[in-house]
Design a protein around this ligand. Structure first.
Ligand code: CP
Ligand code: NVA
Length: 331
């Protein structure tokens, strides 16, 4: 088997910590591991190791991806659910890190502030992987980039438009990923939903070096014209208070991804979403909020979500292959 642990011992906390070349190599490794899985070829690069998954927020894709990827790599897994550990309640992050690092070879953490995962990593002698914080969702971006590369054969020069709340984890980390990899990133939202100025400035510099660009645009038509990728995320993220639904629906409805948006984008445009999505009323929260505020779809219409332009399920599958690459590279 080829040598894959080119980031051995490193944490994976945010894409800003990695060079363009390292991110490209992770995407290539994911593609290689995907092929091996498809061909039924073994790839137990981490045989005999064990990892712990800490989830302080719920998950379907990230948890399942870590679990299956770990098993494919030959590892054992322990899952600690949002109620099932002492973290932050009876035991500090620093103590938890030292305990888990003495038992496991790697730790995944999903939770609230980025500073929590950074602190966990500081006190852990084994690699820590960010499975989503309020600020960043780096493993999702690797999956998104692999999916775009598979579809278009390249990343450089792709016009990528993120619509909706661009100041949260998905908007922030997609902007960083695009800037590092040479895509033309556009945040399309009302001004108050743009990413923080400091991060935008940093990404503009990165984009200059990679041949990409970063643009903030509130006019939907201007933003989406000629776009190759239209991306959105939920308007209210995990951990946010219920009170924000009303203003989000009011302020972000003009930024919904619908047929008119897709028709304005390039003819080869695709629709992407990290999921879960509110594209109908078939979920408990979607139904409750939809009925309360008189809408039947939110960030994306069912028509676009179910259309041929939608590649959300390829994207979801790629979570597993890219998370596998992160673990194989860092262990
Ligand atoms: N996209 C994503 O992170 O999905 P989960 O919340 O289901 O893990
Ligand atoms: N912004 C969303 C992403 C979910 C994958 C959230 O944080 O809930």
């Amino acid at each position: 088997m080829k040598k894959v642990n080119f980031l051995q011992g490193k944490d994976f906390l945010k894409l800003l910590d990695f060079s363009t070349e390292e991110i490209e190599k992770l995407i290539e490794l994911a593609s290689y591991l995907k092929q091996r899985k498809r061909q039924g070829k073994p790839h137990e690069y981490c045989k005999g190791k064990n990892i712990a998954l800490i989830f302080e927020k719920t998950s379907t894709r990230t948890r399942c991806s870590f679990e299956v990827a770990a098993r494919d790599l030959g590892m054992g897994v322990t899952y600690l659910d949002p109620q099932g550990s002492q973290i932050g309640k009876k035991e500090s992050i620093a103590d938890t890190a030292r305990v888990l690092a003495s038992i496991y070879d790697g730790i995944e953490y999903r939770g609230y502030g980025q500073e929590i995962v950074e602190e966990l990593a500081k006190y852990s002698k084994v690699p820590v992987w960010n499975g989503l914080t309020n600020e960043f969702h780096p493993t999702q971006i690797l999956a998104d980039m692999l999916t775009i590369k598979e579809r278009f054969g390249r990343l450089k020069g792709i016009k990528f438009v993120y619509m909706g709340d661009a100041r949260y984890n998905m908007g922030n980390s997609l902007m960083v990923g695009c800037a590092k990899l040479g895509l033309d990133f556009v945040a399309c939202a009302p001004e108050k939903y743009f990413p923080a100025t400091e991060l935008v400035e940093e990404c503009k510099k990165l984009a200059e070096a990679s041949g990409g660009s970063v643009t903030l645009e509130s006019d939907v038509k201007k933003a989406v014209e000629g776009a190759n990728v239209i991306y959105t995320d939920v308007w209210v993220s995990m951990g946010e208070p219920e009170e924000v639904w009303k203003e989000r629906i009011q302020e972000l409805s003009p930024y919904q991804v619908n047929k008119a948006v897709m028709d304005t984008a390039a003819p080869n445009a695709v629709f992407m979403h990290c999921l879960p999505a509110f594209h109908d009323l078939k979920t408990k929260i979607g139904k409750e909020m939809g009925e309360k505020f008189g809408v039947s779809e939110m960030e994306v219409t069912d028509e676009v979500f179910e259309s041929e332009k939608s590649i959300v399920f390829e994207e979801a599958e790629n979570r597993m292959h890219t998370i596998k690459a992160v673990m194989a590279a860092t262990l």
